[in-house]
Design a protein around this ligand. Structure first.
Ligand code: B12
Length: 370
């Protein structure tokens, strides 16, 4: 038998996987208490698998699992090449994780190629995951030496920083494990101080429900949080952008993640004008695609409200008669945010033709409390 580990690493690099590490298959006992604690405090997002044992026991995913390969792909790309619009009504922000083609497909494809190679060459049984599986990918990556856990909760790799997506291949053959990643943030707490919503409540602890990334993806969002969204319409990179460990990292510029104007810095006005066909062509195949057009448009209305540009008002006014209740609701708040009392004549007209009692009440409240 050849040098299994070296051969797999070479093949992974050939396929375009940037970081690879090997962890022994064991129950992730460290994480059990962390998950229970987050659950008790109400800090979990609800997007995670509920069953804690499934999250921490890899052998429940692949019977006879002996080794886990943790793989990372860098998604940092050169922003200089993005051709922006010459003028914007409201320039929105899409997190880097959603630039280019959906990373789930990109990394899954590469891991599939690697697992087929391992199956053919070594007769192993394999199972792979990228993001949507139950296992805690960061803990596996830490154990496999892919990166250490930063105070922002991210896996931080020495070469590529935290802008790496993670995936795993479970194997039923033994391969010599790597050492868990060492390193740390020392006394740096820039990310904690930079989070506008204080979602990072203490080192390593994220209250996911306060995370802007969560808010942009959640089906419901409280009007109290509209300000916090700023112009973020999908995801949030603040706690990574400020991290000193991301300052002098290597950019891999994978072509799949090269941003284009429409999926990195779109105009809120364009997003509101988008029909289904345009949406499917532009956003459907990105990492934000799973959330659909409605949520993106809701966030675009909120961004217009946060734009401080009175020019934006006419785009919001158009949405006051939209067929979808939540779009009308966010438009009411956005218009009031932008124009204050000057919005009342329009809002009163809107109330007179509004069929929904909740929305009539919201308009009355805004007018009465002004
Ligand atoms: C649910 C989820 C979300 C939720 C909740 C996020 C969260 N931090 O819990 C929301 C929607 C908010 C979200 C947002 C994002 N996500 Co997300 N998300 C997930 C998912 C599916 C589960 C995360 C989870 O279980 N959280 C619960 C907490 C307890 O677990 P954890 O985050 O893994 O935390 C570990 C460490 O913090 C550590 N830890 C905790 N306490 C302590 C204490 C000490 C002392 C130490 C040393 C360690 C430590 O142990 C925990 C368990 O191992 C994972 C994929 C997966 N299956 O694991 C992706 C994942 C974490 N997300 C990812 C990404 C890229 C993002 C976004 C950047 C996307 C974006 N640009 O908006 C944001 C970043 C938000 C953030 N600050 O984390 C990547 C992170 C890659 C990396 N380099 O770390 C993952 C791994 C997906 C992937 N396959 O690449 N996400």
């Amino acid at each position: 038998m050849d040098n299994i580990k070296g051969t797999i690493i070479d093949e992974a690099h050939r396929i375009g996987i940037d970081v690879i590490g090997f962890a022994p298959c064991s129950v992730l006992n460290n994480a059990r208490e962390i998950l229970k604690d987050r659950e008790n405090k109400g800090y979990l997002s609800g997007f995670e698998e509920k069953d804690i044992e499934k999250r921490i026991d890899p052998s429940l995913q692949l019977e006879g699992c002996k080794t886990i390969i943790s793989a990372g792909i860098s998604y940092r790309t050169d922003e200089k090449n993005i051709k922006l619009k010459s003028s914007y009504i409201c320039k929105c922000i899409v997190s880097k994780s959603s630039w280019g083609i959906d990373y789930h497909n990109v990394l899954r494809h590469k891991l599939k190629e690697l697992s087929q190679f391992i199956e053919c060459r070594y007769g192993a049984r394999t199972k792979l995951f990228v993001d949507t599986g139950p296992l805690l990918e960061r803990e596996i990556a830490r154990m496999a030496g892919v990166g250490f856990v930063g105070k922002n909760g991210f896996i931080i790799n020495d070469e590529f920083g935290s802008f790496i997506f993670l995936g795993e291949i479970l194997l039923d053959i033994c391969i010599e494990p790597d050492e868990p990643a060492e390193g740390g943030c020392k006394d740096c707490d820039i990310c904690i101080r930079a989070c506008p919503t204080r979602a990072l409540c203490s080192p390593y602890t994220l209250n996911a429900k306060r995370c802007i990334s969560y808010m942009t993806q959640s089906k419901t969002i409280s009007p109290k949080d509209y300000d916090a969204l700023g112009c973020n319409i999908y995801g949030c990179d603040i706690c990574q952008d400020v991290c000193p460990k991301n300052k002098s990292i290597r950019f891999k510029n994978h072509t799949e993640f090269i941003p284009e104007c429409w999926n990195s810095f779109p105009d809120a006005a364009d997003i509101l004008n988008m029909d289904n066909k345009t949406y499917n062509k532009t956003f459907k195949n990105t990492a934000s695609g799973w959330r659909g057009k409605r949520i993106l448009q809701r966030n675009a209305v909120i961004s217009l409200g946060n734009s401080h540009d009175r020019e934006a008002a006419r785009y919001i006014i158009n949405m006051l008669s939209d067929g979808r209740k939540e779009i009308r609701e966010t438009s009411i708040y956005a218009l009031y945010k932008l124009l204050g009392k000057e919005s009342f004549p329009v809002l009163k007209r809107c109330r007179d033709i509004e069929s929904d009692d909740d929305l009539k009440r919201i308009i009355n409240c805004l007018i009465d409390n002004a």
